[in-house]
Design a protein around this ligand. Structure first.
Ligand SMILES: [Fe+2]
Length: 308
């Protein structure tokens, strides 16, 4: 029937233990063998050792073998080889530019438990009366509900976008003019964002939390003893509309808490827009630091990619 979920990704990092400790603090559960899990989505991040930080694999859930067959013929038209496993459960292909391995896998759809809306008081609309706000009385650690999206910088923007969109079959939700493609393989506004960059690198991963208070509480906890982890936030994106806060993990890859992302059901007609300038980046919030688009280690990554 369709692609339906960004299931997991594998990130190679040079400092495995330190990076794993960071993601545990970020709220993911350590399941051993490099795997980290969310509350609703299960194992969604695998950390492995690598000479430099690198996105190694993305796994995408599909409904049935017909989805694999269709993706295989689309990829063939692009001149990209794809390998099906004999049981007809997976299809594996590599983006020629970024060398990211994409695995489409027949997987049951994720059914997230319904979480009731957080009551917020508004003008003429008192939703909580005689109580303190839920966001100020919560005491537990912030636990991401699921993986939302992964962002990859590529030196061939058109080819990588085409691999994911025209080959694998992700749908375009919006574009940043000449620089970014927001692509979805679920009802989320985006699950993969392809970014034009001077070197191939993993820009960030993003993780769903319950509401804006959880973003704030998560940021508060992560930054309390490590203010250097702060990258950008709090703000609201324009493309996807979500609230965001970005942090830097010990490998230099950014991780984001988000809530209230645009939802696009399969039967919904959605017309992608192309945003220019600041709109491509955000709607409101503090200005993004220059290191958001050009991370501090980009020159090192470029030097490393030439020597490898
Ligand atoms: Fe993001």
């Amino acid at each position: 029937m369709a692609l339906h979920q960004l299931t997991s990704f594998t990130l190679g990092v040079p400092n495995l233990a330190e990076t794993a400790a960071y993601y545990r603090e970020f709220g993911l559960a350590d399941e051993g063998d490099g795997w980290l899990a969310t509350r609703d989505g299960g194992r969604q991040l695998r950390l492995v050792s690598a000479p430099a930080r690198r996105l190694i694999e993305l796994r995408i859930g599909v409904d049935d073998a017909d989805d694999l067959e269709r993706a295989s013929s689309r990829l063939r038209r692009l001149g990209v080889d794809a390998a099906a496993d004999p049981a007809g459960r997976t299809l594996t292909a590599h983006d020629p530019t970024t060398r990211v391995q994409a695995v489409l896998q027949v997987t049951p759809r994720l059914k997230q438990p319904v979480t009731g809306p957080t009551p917020y008081n508004g003008p003429g609309r008192p939703e909580r009366i005689g109580t303190r706000a839920p966001g100020v009385v919560r005491t537990g650690p912030v636990v991401p509900r699921k993986l939302g999206h992964v962002v990859i910088g590529t030196t061939d923007f058109d080819a990588t976008t085409s691999f994911f969109r025209d080959g694998l079959g992700l749908k375009a939700s919006d574009y940043i003019k000449d620089a970014g493609a927001f692509l979805r393989c679920s009802t989320d506004h985006h699950n993969v964002l392809v970014l034009r960059a001077p070197v191939v690198f993993p820009h960030h991963s993003s993780w769903q939390v319950d509401d804006i208070d959880e973003i704030g509480r998560g940021a508060h906890a992560l930054l309390a003893e490590h203010p250097e982890r702060h990258v950008w936030g709090l703000g609201r994106h324009h493309a996807g509309s979500n609230f965001f806060y970005y942090f830097k993990d010990p490998s230099g890859t950014f991780s984001e808490y988000y809530s209230d992302l645009d939802c696009i059901p399969e039967d919904q007609v959605w017309t992608p827009e192309t945003f220019e300038g600041a709109r491509g980046l955000f709607n409101w919030g503090p200005p993004p630091p220059p290191s958001f688009l050009r991370p501090d280690d980009l020159a090192d990554l470029m030097a490393g990619s030439h020597s490898r």
